[in-house]
Design a protein around this ligand. Structure first.
Ligand code: FAD
Ligand code: GLY
Length: 370
């Protein structure tokens, strides 16, 4: 029987980042992925590192996100050096436009609160917005500009984590589905898979929305549920935008080659991954209100992904109390790309029983629910 220190269940961005951090620390680690690396939510993501844009209030998740965002410049270099993969880190900032007077007021208050938390941001008038981004609608009433919120190519990031882990000695087994975790006297001893049993001392469940089934099979009273998101992309030979544009109902993320990603719908409790005409129509309407030229651009494609969400909106990052050697890392909802570097380090810390990350992790404990 094959024997490892740690088996990671799930080869999305979270499992791949954990494998990378563990391999860097010399652990014998295997990633077990039911299908292909990064084939689910992690490839559907728009790749925004939207600390200030998405998490508008302080608190433990904001702090986690802030630290994770700061890890990207060095991480991009490390991954490039190990694998040659460029994760496409872009630091051209994010714009939160206002379409109504009440949004103008809300954004001014947000700027004040982010500044007092030590974060950079500023208000741009309509003229300033149009000077920087001439294709945006001049019906906008100005925008909050966040220089620090960048973006990456999400599928590349996942591939780069996985390949780097391999370079450092990890094994990745694709088309390997975990059916159950094997315990002896309340301690993990291995996992059952469709390719046979694998022995390990520790197991990290990082199976996105499918973590729920694994937790149920262990009789653990923890919930992870899917929140479907639909996106589409268009291509224009002259790039339509420099910065990412972010609103509540829709965001526009400029990628290489004149490609623009437009997302995303939010639909809870469905595993149906089909793209709906209504979802794309809604997004198109919101997007062209911000950037009318989208209507003239060439259609590229549409897709969906399932975001893993927890009942209180905070990811589970921790050990499972009653089962020695079992850990959980999921529920990153809308921010798994952003949170992947720090999640890898936190989980490697937990597995090693030491702490290198300066952060109070109690809000993320698995036992907070029980
Ligand atoms: P997944 O990527 O879903 O990976 C889980 C993996 O586990 C899958 O590959 C699956 O095949 C595997 N698996 C499941 N069950 C088993 C089993 N029994 N055995 C073996 N393997 C198994 N986040 C950001 O930070 N920025 C963004 O801009 C952003 N945009 C998004 C846009 C959309 C439309 C969506 C849907 C999400 C977006 N997200 C974004 C969120 C982000 O994509 C997720 O939080 C993140 O990808 C979750 O990663 P994961 O590894 O937990 O899950
Ligand atoms: N973070 C963007 C999304 O989940 O749609």
């Amino acid at each position: 029987l094959e024997n490892y220190d740690v088996a990671v269940i799930g080869g999305g961005v979270i499992g791949s980042s954990i494998a990378y951090s563990l391999a860097k620390r010399g652990k014998r680690v295997v990633v077990l992925e039911r299908d292909r690396i990064g084939c689910q939510a992690s490839s559907a993501a728009a790749g925004m590192l939207a600390v200030q844009a998405e998490m508008q209030e302080g608190g433990p998740l904001f702090e986690l996100a802030r630290q994770s965002r700061s890890m990207f410049p060095r991480l991009a270099e490390e991954l490039k050096e190990l694998t040659g993969i460029d994760i496409g880190l872009v630091n051209k900032g994010m714009l939160l436009p206002a379409l109504t007077i009440s949004q103008v007021e809300h954004l001014h208050a947000l700027i004040a609160s982010h500044k007092s938390a030590g974060e950079s941001c500023e208000w741009w008038s309509t003229e300033e917005v149009i000077r920087h981004e001439p294709k945006l609608s001049n019906a906008l009433l100005g925008a909050m500009f966040i220089p620090g919120d960048g973006q990456v190519l999400a599928p590349k990031l996942t591939q780069a984590f996985a390949k780097s882990a391999i370079m450092l000695g990890a094994e990745i087994k694709e088309y390997t589905q975990v059916h159950g975790i094997q315990c002896s006297q309340h301690a993990v001893v291995g996992v059952h898979t469709n390719q046979g049993d694998i022995m390990c001392d520790q197991v990290v469940v990082a199976a996105g929305v499918w973590s729920h089934g694994i937790l149920q099979s262990m009789n653990l009273p923890l919930t992870v549920f899917p929140v479907k998101g639909e996106c589409f992309a268009v291509i224009d030979h002259a790039p339509l935008l420099q910065a990412t544009v972010f609103t509540d109902g829709c965001y526009l993320v400029p990628k290489r080659g004149g490609r623009l990603v437009i997302g995303a719908t939010v639909q809870e409790h469905t595993f149906d991954k089909r793209v709906s005409a209504g979802g794309i129509a809604t997004l198109m309407e919101r997007a062209t209100q911000l950037l009318p030229d989208i209507a003239k651009a060439e259609w590229d494609k549409a897709w969906t992904g399932l975001r893993p969400q927890t009942p209180d909106g905070i990811p589970y990052l921790g050990r499972v109390d009653d089962i020695e050697g079992m850990y959980l890392a999921t529920g990153h909802y809308r921010n798994g790309i952003l949170l992947s570097p720090i999640t890898g380090e936190i989980m490697a810390d937990l597995v090693e029983g030491r702490s290198t990350i300066d952060l109070d992790l109690s809000a993320f404990h698995v036992a907070r629910i029980a």
